[in-house]
Design a protein around this ligand. Structure first.
Ligand SMILES: Cc1cc2nc3c(=O)[nH]c(=O)nc-3n(C[C@H](O)[C@H](O)[C@H](O)COP(=O)(O)O)c2cc1C
Length: 453
């Protein structure tokens, strides 16, 4: 069986995920794997059409496509996202059509499901036969049980593929409808105190809906907004995955994203992201910028600042993206304003952009309740950073300083209480009496709290 591996790790040959592919190669000698490092070689693929055609021609003649990637910021790395966009822009998706495919990721299993959903949607959009992807914890290969399960899974997938027993899910067959051209009036300037508003946008092509929405939004403020377009000077590349920043939060890539833009984000009162939707998520360059925020990623440095989102494209048809925008705002503890999209008629877009500007000016965004994303995510990171404090000293210092290491075993009072209650409940009489009144006892602390209001 001939398998084409699309390696989406910016680390190329040094990818951890690729070691999982190497393990498959070793244990499945009747399979041959040919790997293309599409994320590491993105620039070459963008500049040399023949190199991209070589990838597609290999895909055309193979028996199976294996997407191999690390989870980056709840999705695939921006460079892999950009590769996918180039294949679409150059009309080469037909080369992938009708091929069986499966995604293999490594991560710490934080939003791995949304990254897999993205690649599954892309595979279906390209008319491939997509098997359910497999998400490995980055250390799975080092332990016998998860290693065995991973190897057995792919052996099974390749067997089913040989038997042409392809799965059928197909949620995303139709190409989303692109919104119509938007004509917006000249904005009326609002009044309010000076606030530091930082707008980060994909480089706007002139005369697009996105450019018009951005211009309208900026025009609402009685002062100038710090606007960073993600051109070469601002964003030289996506995240390299080098972990240079883990020591002291300094990025190895020297551009504005690591310097001026980062400082501006730290000092901002409100941050606004503006991007077009390409395929089924924000465009690849914007995703590269999001990945580069890894530098502050594990520390909530933007906590409490409003996050406005302005998008051009069919967001209402993209459930995974809608959910991820909510999740990202929640995890960074930022009140989400919008997203405003060009799916609405012009007067509604005007109303929403004005409301977003007004909320920022008057600082009236409501602080959202933390949800599972924040609480679950923080526990996962707490455990990860604690267990890898030597590799992530900057995060470790931050977590210690901000009392993030709130392990339950440290709660001595709670442990003593549980010990006492366990002993008491071992007596059947006590247990019977307490249990019969349990739901009333549970309310007592709440009632006391209400009395004190
Ligand atoms: C920029 C960046 C973003 C990351 N985002 C996530 C994430 O959202 N969820 C997660 O579980 N792991 C995340 N990770 C961890 C990687 O997925 C993990 O280290 C992976 O094994 C790297 O694989 P590779 O060596 O093949 O690139 C991130 C790592 C980096 C560098």
């Amino acid at each position: 069986m001939r398998i084409t591996v699309i390696n989406g790790s910016p680390k190329g040959k040094n990818s951890v995920t690729l070691q999982y592919v190497n393990a498959l190669q070793k244990t499945l000698p009747d399979c041959t794997f040919t790997t293309f490092h599409v994320a590491a070689e993105l620039r070459m693929l963008e500049r040399q059409p023949e190199r991209l055609e070589q990838v597609v021609s290999e895909v055309q003649s193979c028996d199976f496509v294996l997407w191999s990637f690390p989870v980056y910021y709840t999705l695939v790395p921006g460079q892999l996202k950009r590769f996918i966009e180039i294949v679409e822009e150059r009309g080469l998706t037909a080369g992938f059509a009708h091929k069986p495919a499966c995604a293999l990721s490594t991560s710490i299993r934080f939003f791995d499901h949304s990254a897999h959903e993205y690649l599954h949607e892309i595979s279906e959009r390209w008319d491939m036969h997509a098997f359910r992807g497999y998400s490995c914890h980055m250390d799975d290969l080092l332990h016998e049980e998860p290693r065995g399960k991973f190897l057995a899974y792919f052996e099974g997938v390749f067997r089913l593929s040989r038997e042409r027993a392809w799965p059928r899910r197909r949620y995303v067959r139709e190409t989303p409808v692109v919104p119509r051209r938007l004509k917006l009036p000249v904005p009326s300037m609002l009044q309010g105190p000076p606030r530091r508003v930082v707008l980060v946008s994909t480089v706007e092509e002139k005369d697009t809906n996105l450019a018009r929405m951005i211009a309208y939004f900026k025009g609402c403020f009685p002062f100038s907004v710090s606007h960073f377009q993600l051109n070469e000077e601002t964003l030289r590349s996506g995240c390299l995955g080098c972990l240079h920043c883990s020591v002291d939060n300094v990025c190895a890539v020297k551009d504005k994203t690591a310097g001026e833009l980062r400082d501006a984000l730290h000092e901002a009162d409100a941050i606004v992201y503006a991007a077009p939707l390409k395929d089924v998520f924000l465009d690849g360059r914007f995703k590269m910028f999001m990945d580069r925020r890894f530098i502050d990623g594990h520390c909530p440095v933007t906590h409490g600042k409003s996050l406005g989102v302005i998008l051009s494209g069919p967001l209402r048809q993209l459930a995974n993206t809608r959910f991820l925008l909510d999740a990202l705002a929640d995890m960074f503890r930022m009140p989400l304003l919008g997203p405003v999209t060009d799916e609405d008629p012009p007067d509604e877009v005007v109303r929403q952009l004005t409301t977003m500007a007004d909320t920022i000016l008057r600082d009236t965004a409501l602080a959202p309740s933390p949800s599972f994303y924040t609480v679950g995510g923080m526990k996962l990171f707490r455990d990860f950073v604690w267990a890898n404090s030597a590799l992530f000293p900057a995060d470790h210092r931050y977590y210690k300083k901000h009392l993030f290491y709130d392990f339950p075993q440290k709660q001595v009072g709670k442990r003593l209480q549980n010990l006492g209650l366990s002993v008491a409940f071992a007596l059947p009489q006590v247990r019977k009496v307490v249990w019969s009144k349990m739901i009333h006892y549970m309310l007592v602390p709440y009632q006391r709290a209400i009395e004190k209001l």
